[in-house]
Design a protein around this ligand. Sequence first.
Ligand SMILES: Cc1ncc(COP(=O)(O)O)c(C=O)c1O
Length: 449
Amino acid sequence: MDRTRLHALLARESAEAERRNPRSRAAYADAGHLFGRVPMTWMNKTAGAFPRYLASARGARVTDVDGQRYIDFCLGDTGAMAGHSPAPVTEAVQRRFAELGGATAMLPTEDAEWVGAELTRRFGLARWSFSLTATDANRWAIRLARAVTGRPKILVNSYSYHGSVDESLIVVGPDGKGAPRPGNVGAPCDVTLTSRVAEFNDLDQLARELAHGDVAAVLMEPALTNIGIVLPEPGYLAGVRALTRQYGTLLVNDETHTFSAGPGGCTAAWGLEPDLLTIGKAIGGGIPAGAYGLSADLAERLLARADLDLVDMGGVGGTLAGNALSVAATRATLEHVLTDEAFAHMDRLSARFETGVRSAVQEHGLPWSVSRLGARTEYRFADPAPRTGTASEAAADPELEDFLHLYLANRGILLTPFHNMALMCPDTTEQDVDTHTAVFGAALLELAG
Ligand SMILES: Cc1ncc(COP(=O)(O)O)c(C=O)c1O
């Protein structure tokens, strides 16, 4: 990569963003009362000097306050995998909130059992409980796993992401041992007191860590999706299940992103058998919603424990979790939007996207790899595709990523700020994918000089 050329291109695209988006730029400059100038600090993780401000969004389209329109492959980093404001969810939310009312009445609604049954049909877990975010679903699953096993530690894969969960802020350090994730602002104690870590795709390391006998649960994505997509090698997931059973450790599949693999995520697509499953983001169709599922056996064991406070202030639950509005939105999403047919459409378009990117990369002889997990495709600046989180982290190239993101955004295409990731939704079209392929190809041509 010619860095001088890349810097010049980056400067040109930054200037173009300023020209195209004066109102967004001014809004950012004026936002003196917000911590880091944004409603949430991660919104600063954007290519260029300021984020584009949202005006409206529908289906696979976003319009910013400057009137620029985008094909949205970011889709709220999965929160909008159902498309923005899909009609069935809009109707369900309007009915629940405006007509019926009672979003936070602290009473169950009949929709909840429908959603529980549908989640069981899709993912196999027998009992369900709700949260508002995937982070909380993970937190509560972890607490239940510790309570039922009596073990203190949680094992995660190096450079995985499971939300702002303290136990997950651990990576494999240069000496091969667990170390705090660089820069984390998590719990004020040594993370190795609460956690163990193993590289994805490394069963030997997993076996060594589990052999200590102190791991309550392995919390993992069946494929890593937050450090590029790192796919499991043949036999890896079966090995994880065998080892967790051997060492009496529970297995929690976090399907928040891997839901892209199909209507029942990787768990259904690959016949996995976790003890717990967590999910958030997409299931609410844009309304905050999360859930965790437990096996029937685990649920019974937990409910039989009179010493555990699962109903009051014992550490699981939130006042707004399972609220009528979130549950109504989740029902509408699962019943009418993220259907089997929608997933088939998304999968087909994602394969088209993958082919387009791969052809352009090959045409320019770039040492990049492209990985796909159903409706989600991502490219990484390494070839072959990294097989662990640490290797994938080492392949990051923030400047190159910024250039590509800015180049695409200035031509009406949004990718997820944290990734070179594109997600399809039910409203994405072939034309959208082909537009991306053309613009991406043009970006590579400019890089080649
Ligand atoms: C796999 C996974 N789990 C959990 C989360 C946390 O989701 P949320 O921030 O909505 O709580 C994320 C967020 O990106 C995720 O990718």
